[in-house]
Design a binder for this molecule. Sequence first.
Ligand SMILES: NCc1[nH]cc(CCC(=O)O)c1CC(=O)O
Ligand SMILES: [Zn+2]
Ligand SMILES: [Zn+2]
Length: 351
Amino acid sequence: MPASQDRVDVPLPAILQGGYHHPLLRSLQAERHLTKDMLMYPIFITDEPDAVVEIKSLPGQKRWGINKLRDFLAPLVAKGLRSVILFGVPLHMQKDGRGSPADDPNTPVILATQLIRREFPHVVVACDVCLCEYTDHGHCGELCPLEQLTPAEQAAEAKVIDNARSVRRMQEVALAYARAGAQIVAPSDMMDGRIGAIKQVLIDEGFGNRCAVMSYSAKFASNMYGPFREAAGSVPNFGDRKCYQFPPNARGLARRAIMRDVREGADFIMVKPAMPYLDIMSEARALAPDLPLACYQVSGEYSMIHAGANAGVYDLKAMAIESIEGFLRAGCTLILTYFTPDLLDWLDEAK
Ligand SMILES: NCc1[nH]cc(CCC(=O)O)c1CC(=O)O
Ligand SMILES: [Zn+2]
Ligand SMILES: [Zn+2]
């Protein structure tokens, strides 16, 4: 018997390359592979019924009018699209302080939810729940009425988010989307206490067993939301979102938010943006191992990958897939990405 087999202190030959010299052996290194059902496609629906409008900063993505949606989605569904997340872009509806167009019976998201449920019964519809696309001030929640501010705040014309009022509003909006047929509501407003409140109202109104709550649990105040805000017309007209989205350095806040949302009954948790926050994803995986974990590869990430490819830095497909493999490695089970239509094709191509 060779000596190496009965001696534990002999170092093994440190040769790894023999293990991945063939494409199949490389593929077998993955613990998990991307499948089509892990992809959720973000779609912008506008209140111009016949619109098909390119979004300049999001290459290949468009704002869709309700009348164009069926023909746009049909080929994607045929390729295996399983879920979408809808964002409303009201260009003509009257915006106000409470974001009234968010749950107007004719708001684009409600019409689109009804249409997709009717035309594509195998597609899961998630609706983003937030007010920023619908308020005249462009913030994600309602503001405190002036008389509730301190004299100093009044003098400074301070704008303060009214958390409690905003949470009640998110309940109304989420319920309206559930009534329209959404199987998932996804609050991205970041008000405190919204997950428990929305979960409760869904239960009270009979949707407890047919509408999931996907929380944007760890949503960071990122520089990469620009193209989305252009697409959705949701740039705040004063200030920024730093009082309700996390500072990029805030690992502890993210951990507390994830644990809080689990306690409040979230069915899915999400990390957003994705690529710079892989550590937060694996923290989320460890903190909430029993919940599906989503990540949102946001508009700026998508645009950045396109810009790099256009500058000749890398191949678009290879880079997009590398980014997704990172999310899988970090433990994500659902990926919100504008690359979804491309990935449906790429997954069908021979490797
Ligand atoms: N509640 C707003 C919202 N919902 C989804 C996104 C970002 C999505 C993206 O950039 O692709 C944002 C941006 C923001 O907070 O301003
Ligand atoms: Zn918002
Ligand atoms: Zn949102």
